[in-house]
Design a protein. Structure first.
Length: 236
């Protein structure tokens, strides 16, 4: 029997209720398993990160609402999210993992941490800067996303435009020498990024975990996300 890749998933937590509990939507685990991987949850302990580095084939990070360091934002802005020990743990683990060119997939917060550690800058007031009619901070929102040509994402998805869901009020405004913005909403919001020179270091701003095993939406949105999970697991 062929050994299935072991994928470490950094857990979320209930920061809006005091951070007492670890939590994660089962869709993260279902999507990895459906793509051929074996997912395991990782808590925010140094030894857990060391276990992942020593034993896991891939790393994925989930959505979250946690305070980032001030340096993550454009000048004059800072996070208004709750404090968490996740940010320091996650940033350190991701840097070691991606610097070693090991496969990484970040969802929402997981995309944002990836971009920040490689020099991109965010805002916590996305709607203010974009003057957008799209309500990005609503789970019910569906919107079009254009995939940038000649990117790893475009090769995986195989379509120039897809429809995705949304649930975020922070977003990127400035890239860096190491960060490629690879997908954009109609209002210019950054919806995906990848790290130059890495075989698979990709972040998605949308929430594909809500599509497994059964979609939370009337429409089938898996066409944009399923090939990404499949390529991620195949690369591990």
């Amino acid at each position: 029997m062929t050994k299935k890749p072991l994928i470490a998933i950094i857990m979320d937590e209930d920061t809006s209720k005091g951070g007492r509990f670890y939590e994660a939507n089962k869709g993260y685990f279902n999507a990895i398993y459906a793509a051929g991987g074996v997912p395991i949850g990782i808590p925010y302990f140094k030894e857990a990160g060391e276990f992942a580095l020593a034993n896991c084939d891939g790393l994925m990070s989930t959505g979250a609402r946690v305070r980032f360091a001030d340096a993550a934002y454009i000048d004059g802005e800072q996070s208004n999210s709750p404090d968490s020990d996740r940010y320091e743990f996650e940033s350190e683990l991701l840097k070691k993992w991606v610097d070693a060119d090991r496969p990484y997939l970040g969802i929402c917060n997981g995309m944002q941490v990836l971009g920040v550690i490689y020099g991109a800058k965010m805002t916590y007031r996305l709607a203010h800067h974009l003057k957008t009619a799209i309500n990005h901070n609503s789970k019910e929102t569906l919107h079009k996303v254009k995939i940038a040509p000649n990117t790893q994402l475009s090769e995986m998805v195989g379509m120039p435009e897809v429809i995705v869901n949304s649930h975020h009020n922070e977003g990127f405004l400035k890239a860096s020498d190491d960060v490629i913005f690879s997908a954009f909403a109609e209002d210019g919001a950054v919806e995906a990024l990848e790290i130059k020179g890495k075989k698979f270091a990709i972040g998605l701003q949308w929430h594909p975990e809500l599509l497994w095993p059964k979609s939370d939406y009337e429409y089938d949105l898996k066409s944009a996300s399923q090939p990404i999970f499949e390529k991620f697991v195949a690369t591990c």
